[in-house]
Ligand binder design. Structure first.
Ligand SMILES: Nc1ncnc2c1ncn2[C@@H]1O[C@H](COP(=O)(O)OP(=O)(O)OP(=O)(O)O)[C@@H](O)[C@H]1O
Length: 260
């Protein structure tokens, strides 16, 4: 089975804070995985590690391998691993049009530049994705004039332009209203059916799709549980993870927590 992600004994600092010590995590192709953790668990740090924005401390047996490779040109990596993060949404320049947002995925850039020229195939693929994600009407609108949900859909289209094998999603439904949330979740489920491996990093239990069977719990920079949903996603484990009494509810394969 092809490996998407292999982290072995990674120690990671953010300035003087040691966020991870000897972190180990392995994700194979097709192994849709939710990484769940409270504020400060290390989720954003992990995203930055995978995006090659930060690196582990060098160590004799430290490994950070993506798609079987340790060295990556960031542009090549982005076409294999599509990412939609809160940081990207916040950083994205407001004056860029919806179509340009999607096109920018072909150059792994934030915005498009005068020297970027796009082929007929790239423009066609962009139009197909705008249609597939029901955002054709946003093609000519500026990013800043769109709602959070509209922006998020465009960033997902941007992540898909190169037909990546895997998608890394950071709290994908955060800030979306109920309809936008359900639409986004349906889109993720469809992408999973299309055999994209989806890795979800979140503290929102409700956004874990029913088909996502593996759950990894992160706390204080450590993997505290890793296994099948029916074993890991329990009321006691959620109460311990978030350090609060709660009740875990399930409906149609989705989970939600409410105060106990
Ligand atoms: N730029 C930074 N400099 C120093 N320490 C940092 C920095 N960013 C994060 N940290 C620390 O690293 C730890 C993990 O933070 P991180 O942002 O990765 O957690 P998180 O799980 O994404 O949290 P949240 O859900 O609140 O976004 C925290 O203890 C945090 O204080």
């Amino acid at each position: 089975m092809q490996n998407i992600l292999h982290i072995h004994n990674a120690t990671v600092y953010r300035e003087r804070n040691r966020v991870f010590q000897n972190l180990c995590l392995n994700i194979d192709r097709g192994q849709h995985t939710a990484l769940l953790g409270p504020n400060g668990a290390g989720k954003t740090t992990l995203l930055k590690l995978l995006a090659r924005e930060i690196y582990p401390m060098p160590g004799t047996d430290t490994v950070l391998r993506l798609f079987g490779q340790e060295r990556w040109n960031v542009w090549d990596l982005r076409s294999r691993l599509g990412m939609v993060s809160q940081d990207l949404q916040q950083e994205y320049p407001g004056n860029v049009s919806g179509r340009e947002v999607v096109l920018s995925g072909f150059r792994s850039s934030i915005g498009t530049y005068a020297h970027h020229h796009f082929s007929r195939e790239e423009v066609l693929r962009t139009d197909q994705l705008l249609q597939a994600l029901s955002v054709t009407e946003l093609a000519g609108k500026s990013f800043r004039s769109m709602s959070t949900g509209q922006q998020r859909r465009l960033l997902l289209a941007r992540a898909l332009v190169n037909d990546p094998q895997a998608l890394l999603l950071d709290e994908p439904t955060s800030g979306l209203d109920i309809k936008a949330c359900f639409f986004y979740l349906d889109t993720i489920r469809e992408l999973m059916r299309q055999e994209k491996t989806v890795i979800l990093v979140t503290h929102h239990i409700h956004e874990i799709p029913p088909e996502m069977k593996r759950i990894v719990l992160l706390k204080n920079g450590r993997v505290v549980a890793d296994g099948p949903k029916e074993i890991v996603l329990t009321e006691q484990a959620m109460a311990d993870l978030f350090e609060t009494p709660l009740r875990l509810l399930e409906s149609g394969g989705y989970f939600q927590v409410v105060p106990a």
